[in-house]
Design a protein around this ligand. Structure first.
Ligand code: B12
Ligand code: SF4
Ligand code: SF4
Length: 310
């Protein structure tokens, strides 16, 4: 059944692996081990990782397996208008249309299993670690996961199921073979977040760590304005990666914002004062999710446009 499921969902463009639920303990021990070894900062752990739950939820206590899944996901190009200039701003894979994509993955998996009497429910676990140890993905030196045919342009998901899984391909974390003699991502990362002396990302140096923070928190002084290449997140280490050669130009066109709408977003006008048309535009693409980051993050791009006008 495990093999049949993997094949069945592939027809929908989804790649999966299934492992025994017993590996929950391996996931927990790996994450907690990094904390004990002081490789993870305690504040970082509390904010980003303490929310992982290493046991099946009430509705599926009898879970027998963990399912890692991945769906290809493109970059999205938004357009803004400012001072008579129309300019693009990229949003990396995984940030937009994620509700629709997560629903698709869940429906496909659920439909494939329901006919055999099995159920699934979402798992709040470290998704990269599960994807890599299950055999679905491999780490890049940039700490992002890569999957054959998708590169790093995919959205990961994790589920519990009562599908039994007595045999699996669980393994220790691995990096892609091609990373062995390559340091392109490290050289391209402007902040030094990908360090030569350890595999684990220096998360506090990552641009994404800062531009995903609540909008009232300013960027640190050491972060140069020219380093920002996305509305949220960062693409430097993925764009240059040879393992992304086939996908790096996969960019879908997103919505466009008029001069007036760009102004409203940059001034941080509260949601309930925005015109309905703008709210709908934001909601359609899951851009409302990042609403409070807009003024700070968009301003960097407007400043760049303005400096070209001088
Ligand atoms: C916290 C977090 C962040 C933090 C910290 C990043 C980090 N590396 O942990 C910040 C905000 C910086 C961040 C940034 C990004 N994130 Co993020 N993030 C998460 C989150 C919530 C948890 C990740 C996690 O478990 N971190 C803990 C660390 C310890 O785990 P790890 O990175 O897997 O590290 C393992 C390896 O280092 C390994 N290891 C240690 N030593 C060695 C040695 C060797 C040789 C090997 C092979 C392995 C190895 O052990 C570690 C622990 O298992 C997940 C959501 C989720 N539920 O999983 C999303 C998630 C991982 N992020 C995601 C994305 C898209 C990103 C960005 C690419 C966004 C962007 N475009 O800017 C960047 C990438 C930055 C980068 N270079 O890693 C995606 C995954 C995409 C992917 N294919 O990998 C996720 C799954 C969210 C989602 N659902 O889409 N993120
Ligand atoms: S740029 Fe090179 S080292 Fe970095 S993830 Fe890609 S292949 Fe690996
Ligand atoms: S996402 Fe950007 S800042 Fe973070 S590691 Fe990659 S290149 Fe560096």
């Amino acid at each position: 059944m495990r093999e049949k499921l993997i094949q069945a969902v592939e027809a929908f463009g989804i790649k999966t692996q299934v492992v025994s639920v017993q590996h929950l303990d391996d996931l927990r021990q790996t994450i907690e081990g990094l904390l004990k070894e002081e490789l993870l900062d305690e504040g970082f752990y509390m904010k980003y990782l303490a929310g992982f739950v290493f046991e099946p939820p009430e509705e599926l206590r009898e879970a027998r397996s963990l399912i890692a899944a991945a769906l290809p996901d493109p970059q999205i190009r938004l357009h803004f208008n400012w001072k008579g200039v129309r300019f693009p701003v990229l949003v990396p894979p995984t940030y937009l249309h994620w509700r629709e994509r997560d629903t698709k993955v869940e429906e496909v998996l659920s439909d494939s299993l329901r006919s055999k009497g099995y159920r699934i429910t979402q798992a709040k676990v470290p998704k990269k670690l599960l994807a890599v140890c299950s055999g679905l993905a491999a780490y890049g030196k940039n700490n992002i996961t890569y999957i054959e045919g998708m590169g790093s342009f995919h959205r990961l998901a994790a589920y519990y199921s009562d599908l039994e899984c007595d045999q699996d391909n669980w393994r220790e974390p691995v990096q892609m073979d091609r990373c062995t003699d390559c340091i392109i991502c490290r050289q391209a990362c402007p902040t030094g977040a990908i360090a030569p002396d350890r595999f684990l990302l220096n998360a506090e140096k990552c641009i994404t760590f800062w531009n995903e923070k609540s909008g009232e928190i300013p960027f640190p002084d050491w972060m140069e304005a020219s380093w920002h290449n996305s509305l949220v997140g960062c693409m430097h280490c993925q764009s240059v990666c040879p393992a992304n050669r086939q996908v790096r130009d996969w960019i879908e066109e997103g919505v466009e914002f008029s001069e007036e709408q760009t102004d409203l977003l940059t001034r941080g006008v509260p949601k309930d004062e925005l015109p309905a048309e703008l709210l709908e535009k934001l909601d359609q693409s899951d851009l409302l999710e990042w609403f409070d980051l807009w003024p700070r993050n968009l301003q960097v791009h407007l400043d760049r446009v303005e400096s070209h006008l001088l």
